[in-house]
Design a protein around this ligand. Structure first.
Ligand code: SF4
Ligand code: SF4
Length: 123
């Protein structure tokens, strides 16, 4: 009886073993593979990330200058960031906040990239 009472008291007084995530977030580990972020102003819409993504969760529309990805399908392998030709795609160390609804991340470039058939810019 005494052992049980002391165990209950100890458990009531000690720090909880879990965090109240997302209100309390632990700092990420140095090698953590977190959320994928794209600096859309640097992206050239080459489409390499979409081709290499093993989950096929990236879509690139070069004509419309659209880059989108489905975070719920992403396995955070980091391949897209490794192969990104412009360096616009980065893998952060922190994780995406939990969401109630699945949503695509859709990023729109400021300008439509030049077509290959466009004459070269001179001068
Ligand atoms: S981290 Fe991996 S799964 Fe996620 S978008 Fe990039 S290549 Fe695809
Ligand atoms: S590989 Fe990089 S530059 Fe090419 S479409 Fe993907 S994010 Fe943009």
């Amino acid at each position: 009886m005494f052992t049980m009472t002391s165990t209950i008291l100890r458990n009531l007084l000690k720090e909880p073993a879990t965090r109240r995530y997302p209100a309390s977030v632990r700092p990420s580990f140095e090698a953590a593979r977190g959320e994928i972020r794209n600096d859309i102003h640097v992206c050239t819409f080459c489409g390499v990330c979409a081709v290499k993504c093993p989950s096929q969760c990236i879509t690139v529309d070069r004509k419309a200058a659209d880059w989108s990805y489905d975070p719920s399908a992403c396995v955070q392998c980091g391949v897209c960031a490794e192969v990104c030709t412009s360096g616009s795609l980065q893998q952060a160390r922190d994780y995406r906040k939990p969401v109630r609804k699945k949503e695509l991340v859709v990023l729109k470039g400021a300008t439509t990239p030049p077509k290959h058939s466009d004459p070269p810019v001179t001068g």
